[in-house]
Write a protein that binds this ligand. Sequence first.
Ligand code: ZN
Length: 247
Amino acid sequence: MLIIVILLGFLIGSFLNVCICRLPYNQSIIIPSSHCSICGAHLKLWDLIPVISYLLLRGSCRYCKATFSSRYLLVEIITAILFSVCFQTYGLTCLFMKAIVLTAFLLIITFIDYDHQLILDKVLLWFSGAGIVINFLTNNLDFEDMLLSSLLGGGLLFIIALVSRGGMGDGDIKFAATLGIWLTWKCLLLVLLLSFVCGGIGGLLLVLFNFKSHKDFIPFGPCMALSAFVTMLYGSEIIIWYLEMLY
Ligand SMILES: [Zn+2]
């Protein structure tokens, strides 16, 4: 079963690549079908087998030999790993379905925010809609839970944005409100807390390893996404551990 989950991860990861590349430019994620961005050749089915095609063609276009970014491979592999972690935690349950949908949206937001310092409204709208539908289908969170978490998440970041004067973008506030649809308010508080820890450490590492200079804006979206993933899986345990440590 794990093999099927990994393959599903590769396949969805390949679709996420399309979303990450095209959505910031307002391009459709369905048409045109995948093509080489250099020579324009339409890629055939056997050019599009996730991971395998990339490795067989050594990351280059079959037709013009232009090299594709290793990012495509990275996104496919990360998706497969995260899906496997969700499967190990939840098994084949409704919560697993919820977890992989959440993971897919988090990945799209992470990579677009990293590339463009932008969290797109249309992604958040789809993300919210999917959350409401899944909660409704799985009886996971009711309407009041979602409203409370969303207001708390959006509200807190709004206040931080006001106080820090521009340290936090509109997209981050809306992203926090959207996460409220997916997580309980306790988990959402944990997400925000972890995000600030992750932002501090992540920012430091990016500067240390020269991925970004200290003058660059370090996007907060990926920190929130990573924290949301960790909280989804281990939130209850972390909260219990934290409370036990206090008392
Ligand atoms: Zn080409």
